[in-house]
Design a protein around this ligand. Structure first.
Ligand code: C5P
Length: 289
């Protein structure tokens, strides 16, 4: 039996533009995505000689074959045409669930990366991305990391200039949002907010953090903020503490602020941590995954 370990990093959507519904039921999106240092720890025992098992330190996370990390291991070995002779997956969760941070998808991406390393790279990066796409729209990005443009349903990735160095404060309100329900709601919305993706790309090209922070935006945010005052309340605290910009990530409910000084991010965190889960994070570059 061999034990392998891998960090599973969370993502932020610096911009998320929902363009429209497709015939296959998914939505075309355009999103500037960033990998951040908030992470789960994934540990795998391969070749246990026992039934497959998943253990998680947090209640409420499925510990059977419905967990995306388990599915990722199944898909990996099915495509490799090998029986690993028993796997135990252990998840140490820090990324809050149903937050728009890609937590479950990050665990799945980490399993693919760890198993590919363990098995001597039977799959190229391109082949791994194809497997990732089968597991979920965000999994390919979480596998590759850095700063990327995601198009299609989120799986079509292209390179962007690296996000300037900064500090993120990520705050998770108590409520959670169902991603499919929110996609349905946006189809019914009389108006959809579209962030300025091109301006964001230009700001990244200039490497101008203040400008980047000014173009954060998310098509889902007005829908969620209309129902939950916490979104705006959290953003206001962050901006009062000196955040250069703030927005909701993914389908929520987590909100993030961008700071150029750690002490300001820490001060905002102190103000918000009594009521909410708060996390300080930095960028994770592509080569760090
Ligand atoms: O791809 P994933 O399984 O993460 O997506 C979860 C759900 O979110 C999908 O079943 C779909 O309802 C919705 N979705 C969508 N368009 C996307 C991504 C997700 O409609 N681009």
């Amino acid at each position: 039996m061999t034990t392998i370990e891998q960090k599973a990093y969370a993502k932020l959507n610096l911009t998320l533009d929902v363009l429209g519904k497709r015939p296959d039921g998914y939505h075309d999106i355009q999103s500037v995505m960033q990998l951040i240092s908030l992470c789960d720890d994934v540990s795998l025992d391969v070749g246990t000689g026992e039934d497959w098992k998943l253990e998680c330190d947090q209640a409420g996370i499925p510990t059977d074959g419905t967990n995306l990390a388990w599915k990722a291991a199944g898909l990996f070995y099915q495509n490799m045409g090998k029986d690993p002779q028993g796997i135990t997956i252990r998840l140490t969760k820090r990324i809050p669930a149903q937050a728009g941070l890609g937590g479950g998808s990050a665990d799945a991406a980490a399993v693919l990366l760890a198993l590919n390393r363990h098995e001597g790279s039977p799959f190229s990066q391109e082949e791994l991305l194809k497997l990732a796409e089968k597991l979920g729209s965000d999994v390919p990005f979480l596998l590759s990391g850095g700063t990327k443009m995601a198009k299609g349903r989120g799986e079509a990735l292209s390179a962007l200039p690296t996000m300037p160095q900064c500090f993120y404060l990520v705050v998770k309100p108590d409520f959670s949002v169902s991603t499919p329900a929110l996609y349905q709601a946006i189809d019914q919305a009389p108006e959809v907010y579209h962030p300025q993706t091109n301006a964001m790309v230009q700001a990244l090209q200039k490497g101008d953090l203040l400008e980047v922070a000014g173009y954060l935006g998310n098509s889902f945010e007005p829908l969620v903020a209309a129902e939950h005052g916490e979104i705006l309340a959290i953003r206001t605290v962050m901006e009062d503490c000196g955040a250069l910009g703030s927005a909701m990530t993914g389908s929520g409910s987590a909100v993030f602020g961008i700071f150029d000084a750690f002490d300001m991010a820490a001060m905002a965190s102190m103000q918000l941590m009594e009521r909410y889960q708060t996390f300080l994070a930095r960028n994770i570059e592509e080569g760090e995954v």
